[in-house]
Design a protein around this ligand. Structure first.
Ligand SMILES: [Zn+2]
Length: 308
C-alpha cells in the first residue's frame, strides 16, 4: 500500500542546520537514490511499493533453494560467520541469555546461538523461513511477519539480552523505528548487533552503481557516521563500528554470483571456480564484502521509554 512520501530531511541525522540535506544522487534500477550531504546516508526515495518488494523476496526465496541443495555447506559457512559475531558477546552474559534475531531466514544464527548456550527467538517475514524456525525452536520462539509487528508471548519491554540484525536494517522501510523497537525490547545493559553494507566502502567507490549491495530491496545504505548517528539517536551507547568479516568459500561465491549476475564478478568467479581443485573450492576463508559490523549497548541504568 505504502509508497512513502518524498522526503527532504534525512531520517538519521535530521540535517542539523541544513534541513534540506537530502539530495538526488543516482538512479538505482529506475528509482531515485538520494544522499544526505551531512551524514552520508543513502536511501531509495520514494521507496518501491509493497507488491514490487514482495515479488523480489519471492524470487530470492526460490533462489535460496538452489543453495539449500548444498544445505550442509551453507549452514557451515553461515554458522562460522555468526559464531565469529556471537562469541565475543556471549561471555558478557551469564546463563542462557535470550537472543532475538531479526530477519532470521531459516534459523542458522539461532542454531549457532543455541549451541553457545543462548535461548534464541526469531522474526522472519517469509512463511517458508518462519515455519522452519518454528520447527526447530518452537512456535513460541518464531514470529512470521515484519519486525514492527513482532510480538512473543511474555516478551515485553526489557526482555531480550541480545538482538541481532544481520543483513536486515537496509531492508526495512523505517530503520530508526526498528532500532527504537530493539532498544525497547532490550533489557538495560543488553546488546544490539547490526551488520549492514557500508556506503563508503572501497568496493562501493570502485564499482559505482554496479556495487553488489545496490539492490532495489536495500532501501537504506549506511556508513560509519550515519550508522553511529542512528544508534545514538535511539539511545544506544558504547558504540563500536568496524569492518565486517564473513566466512566464505569459492563454491558458495560462484553460486552467489551465478544468481546475482554481475558484469565483471560473475565471469571472474566462474573462471576461478572452474580452475580450482575441489578441496580448495570448499575451503573456508574470511572475507570482507564492504560491510559494517556495529555493536551497541542499551544503558545499564533505567532510562525513559523512547517509543513514545
Ligand atoms: Zn543525514
Amino acid at each position: 500500500v505504502s509508497t512513502s512520501a518524498i522526503k527532504t530531511v534525512c531520517p538519521v541525522c535530521r540535517g542539523g542546520q541544513q534541513p534540506d540535506c537530502l539530495g538526488d544522487y543516482r538512479i538505482l534500477k529506475g528509482y531515485p537514490l538520494k544522499r544526505c550531504g551531512r551524514c552520508g546516508l543513502q536511501m531509495i526515495d520514494p521507496q518501491p511499493d509493497d507488491p514490487t518488494l514482495e515479488a523480489i523476496y519471492q524470487r530470492e526465496y526460490y533462489d535460496a533453494w538452489g543453495i539449500e541443495r548444498d544445505e550442509d555447506l551453507t549452514r557451515a559457512l553461515k554458522r562460522a560467520t555468526f559464531g565469529r559475531i556471537l562469541r565475543p558477546i556471549r561471555h558478557r552474559f551469564s546463563d542462557s541469555p535470550k537472543l532475538l534475531d531479526c530477519g532470521a531466514a531459516t534459523g542458522y544464527l539461532m542454531e549457532e546461538a543455541q549451541s553457545l548456550g543462548m535461548e534464541p527467538y526469531g522474526v522472519e517475514l517469509s512463511e517458508f523461513g518462519a515455519a522452519r524456525i518454528a520447527d526447530k525452536f518452537g512456535t513460541d520462539h518464531a514470529f512470521c511477519g515484519p519486525f514492527d509487528q513482532a510480538a512473543f508471548a511474555g516478551a515485553d519491554q526489557n526482555f531480550f539480552d541480545i538482538i541481532t540484525m544481520i543483513d536486515f536494517i537496509e531492508h526495512v522501510r523505517a530503520p530508526i523505528e526498528a532500532l527504537a523497537k530493539a532498544f525497547w525490547l532490550l533489557r538495560p545493559g543488553g546488546q544490539l548487533v547490526v551488520l549492514t553494507p557500508n556506503a563508503d566502502s572501497l568496493s562501493r567507490k570502485l564499482m559505482g552503481t554496479s556495487w553488489l549491495h545496490y539492490k532495489l530491496e536495500h532501501l537504506f545504505y549506511f556508513n560509519r557516521r550515519s550508522l553511529t548517528y542512528a544508534l545514538q539517536q535511539v539511545g544506544f551507547e558504547k558504540l563500536q563500528v568496524r569492518r565486517a568479516w564473513k566466512s566464505m568459500n569459492l563454491h558458495y561465491l560462484a553460486h552467489q554470483f551465478a544468481q546475482y549476475s554481475h558484469p565483471v564478478l560473475t565471469p571472474a568467479f566462474r573462471a576461478v571456480h572452474r580452475l580450482s581443485p575441489s578441496g580448495l573450492r570448499r575451503k573456508m576463508f574470511p572475507i570482507t564484502f564492504g560491510e559494517l559490523l556495529a555493536t551497541a549497548s542499551k544503558p545499564a541504568a533505567p532510562v525513559p521509554d523512547t517509543l513514545s
